[in-house]
Write a protein that binds this ligand. Structure first.
Ligand code: UDX
Ligand code: UDX
Length: 450
């Protein structure tokens, strides 16, 4: 079996690494139109930071996983092609700001049609609106000189930062296919690959549409829990209740469960907002305006939470942050990733720069180029990128802990506080942290307050 994956991003890179590791007899090739990205995958400095990934890449690279820019060759050789290209939200024309931009998916379908010399199974892994498989099938059918293709939907449920564990031990693998004998055979072929390491009962098969929709709905539900708890965090702040205590209590109801109930400065990442907006667009398209409005509010609440946080910093600092140094600890959208897509840190930094604060940003894994790119509109001489957390915090009026990197827990806050003008503030997106609170949250703050 020969597998090709188009798109060497977070999803393609990690998924193929695990398939190559778990199925040593399967030959896998990852291709990408971005030659620099392929070169990075072939180097010692991988373009994606994901705990555990580097070790696996070292094991399988050159054995049964290769990274290449020869898209045509890889398509020709493949029996099965994973499509893992990005599907950003459209920024122009019809559906701008909400619908998915499917031009990469379409161009990949056309490229496959052009180079395939034999039947293939095409697996869409990119998160896309429902009925995209139909479009891919139509493009293939119209361009392929009688070659037969089967299109499957196999959405990715991995979360960045825990992707390796999520792939090795998934809650479920979802495969959607056409309810025809050929479709069912293709589903079986893909299911066999996963069955090399995933228990059969966790491999769920559905129709194509159900599979595509389920991915959007899974992310919408997860994001909705975060917006719900974040909405309650505003009530807690106004009334003096503790949001962590409230979350703990409701999470102990087995019908609710404890996960995804952590109040935050808002969710980020490449998927949640995009997928909800896709769902909203879909609902509007089918005339379901109340349903669309319901889900749209999950995104609006998230924007509100980010705004509320930056406003809180300004208010606490006596309504002016102009020319004050503020340390931003963490810029990735969550810990254990170098991904900054839709990171709440972007909105918070932009708000603070607009208030003329001087920001010193430090993140253990995000590159200075990525930070500057995300803040491009607002970037000015007030933005500096620090090489260490201590450098970022030195002499700052306030510290905003925006990503929960473990290394921040080990910081010597006694030393940091000593360098800060008084009163000094630490915010973690939910609370203004005084010293005892830092300690209860597990920060190394033993020297503080003496
Ligand atoms: C992306 C989306 O963000 C996610 O929603 C979707 O489910 C899967 O694809 P990710 O792997 O994180 O996930 O994206 P990204 O890191 O941007 O990687 C996509 C890669 O595809 C890029 O390296 C890009 O160069 C490549 N690509 C894109 C192609 O090779 N050809 C194209 O036509 C378009
Ligand atoms: C998500 C889904 O979890 C995954 O199944 C899907 O395939 C892709 O989208 P990801 O975006 O990588 O994964 O990370 P996730 O762990 O879901 O976190 C998303 C955002 O929610 C982060 O910004 C995180 O900080 C935030 N979050 C998460 C909270 O604010 N509170 C929580 O309780 C959990």
């Amino acid at each position: 079996m020969n597998i090709c994956c188009i798109g060497a991003g977070y999803v393609g890179g990690t998924t193929m690494a695990i398939i190559a590791q778990r199925c040593p007899r399967v030959q896998t090739t990852i291709v990408d139109m971005n030659a620099a990205r392929i070169a990075a995958w072939n180097s010692d400095a991988l373009p994606v930071y994901e705990p555990g990934l580097e070790e696996i890449i070292r094991e399988v690279r050159g054995r049964n996983l290769i990274f290449s820019t020869d898209i045509a060759g890889a398509i020709k050789r493949a029996d099965l092609i994973f499509v893992c290209v990005n599907t950003p939200t459209k920024t122009y024309g019809l559906g701008a700001g909400r619908a998915a931009d499917l031009r990469y998916i379409e161009s990949v379908a056309r490229t496959i049609a052009e180079h395939a010399g034999s039947p293939k199974i095409i697996v869409e892994k990119s998160t896309i609106p429902v009925k995209t498989a139909e479009s891919i099938s139509a493009i293939l059918a119209a361009n392929t000189r009688g070659i037969r293709f089967q299109v499957l939907s196999n959405p990715e449920f991995l979360a960045e930062g825990t992707a390796i564990g999520d792939l090795q031990n998934p809650d479920r693998v979802l495969i959607g296919g056409e309810r025809t004998p050929e479709g069912e055979a293709a589903v079986k072929t893909l299911a066999e690959i996963y069955a090399s390491w995933v228990p059969r009962e966790r491999i769920i098969t559905t129709s194509l549409w159900s599979s595509e929709l389920s991915k959007l709905v899974a992310n919408a539900f997860l994001a909705q829990r975060i917006s719900s708890i974040n909405a309650i965090s505003a009530v807690c702040e106004a009334t003096g209740a503790d949001i962590d205590e409230v979350a703990h209590v409701i999470g102990r109801d087995s019908r609710i469960g404890p996960k995804f109930l952590k109040a935050s400065i808002g969710f980020g990442g490449s998927c949640f907002q995009k997928d909800i907006l896709n769902l909203v667009y879909l609902c509007d398209h089918f005339g379901l305006s109340e349903v669309a409005a319901y889900w749209e509010h999950v995104v609006r609440m998230n924007d509100h939470q980010k705004k509320r946080f930056s406003t809180r910093i300004v208010k606490a600092l006596f309504n002016t942050v102009a020319e004050k140094k503020i340390a931003i600890l963490g810029f990735a959208f969550k810990k254990n990733t170098n991904d900054v897509r839709e990171s709440p840190a972007i909105a918070v930094c932009r708000d603070l720069l607009a208030e003329h604060a001087r920001l010193s940003v430090y993140d253990p894994k995000v590159t200075p180029e990525d930070i500057r790119r995300e803040l491009a509109d607002a970037a000015d001489s007030r933005l500096t990128i620090a090489r260490t957390a201590y450098e970022a915090c030195e002499g700052a009026h306030a510290i905003a802990l925006l990503t929960e990197w473990d290394e921040f827990k080990a910081l010597d806050f006694a030393r940091i506080f000593a360098s800060m003008p008084k009163p000094a503030f630490v915010f973690d997106g939910r609370n203004i942290l005084d010293l005892p609170k830092l300690r209860t949250l597990g920060f190394q703050a033993s020297g503080i307050g003496r």
